[in-house]
Design a binder for this molecule. Structure first.
Ligand SMILES: Nc1ncnc2c1ncn2[C@@H]1O[C@H](COP(=O)(O)OP(=O)(O)OP(=O)(O)O)[C@@H](O)[C@H]1O
Ligand SMILES: [Mg+2]
Length: 213
């Protein structure tokens, strides 16, 4: 049986890290969909939700689920489910548990929980190290809109999760926490004799740092 795992959480909580670890664990049978790839065009003021950035420009509001092309994302999920050999489609993004079209398709729902101060520190570090961006802009955007958008559109989706994963745990520990949930999808018999599940299973990591619901 092919199923969809939705992975949500605040910005820099570790969603992509977890999703990519899952894909590496089972490269033959796991397909990733990053909701970040489904924002409406940032140059079309008639689409998405717009806001004013801290430096005074009108910009697409990246922290609002209304800026995602939900129809395109839903089509991508449905197409991935049809792909031969795929047993699990992992959909990860800020709004994976907020967008009805994604939530409806998800057999399993995970929320990566990381304290706000750690997420902000990770995000600022990433802006400086990867994009060489002045951190003052990120910090002002966070104070002006980012913090409120998280509270309004991301944090409440935690309630829809089957499993809360500790985003401060190691990658291996996050993986070990999620594998029991999706195990049934990944251990179903191969559809064709050529398909194998070699190297795909619960990693041998002591302790499962999922938080109690
Ligand atoms: N479990 C972890 N322990 C330590 N650092 C982590 C962990 N998970 C992720 N990170 C680091 O935090 C940063 C953000 O991680 P990641 O890109 O996975 O977050 P994200 O939730 O996908 O963020 P975004 O919403 O911005 O896409 C990266 O620099 C990553 O290396
Ligand atoms: Mg990400």
């Amino acid at each position: 049986m092919t199923g969809v795992l939705a992975v949500a959480g605040g910005t820099a909580s570790g969603k992509s890290t977890l999703a990519e670890a899952l894909s590496l664990q089972c490269p033959e049978s796991v397909t990733l969909i990053h909701l970040d790839d489904y924002y409406v065009p940032a140059h079309d003021p008639l689409r998405g939700v717009w806001t004013v950035s801290a430096d005074g420009h009108a910009v697409l509001d990246w922290n609002h689920p209304g800026s995602i092309d939900e129809t395109a994302a839903a089509h991508a999920i449905d197409a991935a489910l049809q792909r031969p050999g795929v047993l699990l489609v992992v959909v990860e993004g800020l709004f994976a548990l907020s967008l009805p079209s994604v939530l409806r398709r998800a057999a399993w729902r995970v929320y990566v929980e990381t304290p706000d101060d750690i997420r902000l520190a990770r995000k600022i570090l990433r802006k400086i190290e990867a994009q060489r961006q002045d951190p003052r802009l990120s910090l002002r955007n966070y104070l002006q809109t980012g913090r409120d958008r998280h509270a309004a559109h991301v944090a409440p989706s935690r309630a829809a999760a089957d499993l809360i994963v500790d985003g401060t745990a190691s990658k291996a520990e996050m993986l070990a926490a999620v594998m029991p949930l999706i195990g049934p999808a990944l251990t179903s018999p191969p559809a064709a004799p050529s398909q194998t599940r070699e190297g795909c299973g619960v990693p041998d990591t002591p302790g499962v740092p999922a938080l109690a619901m």
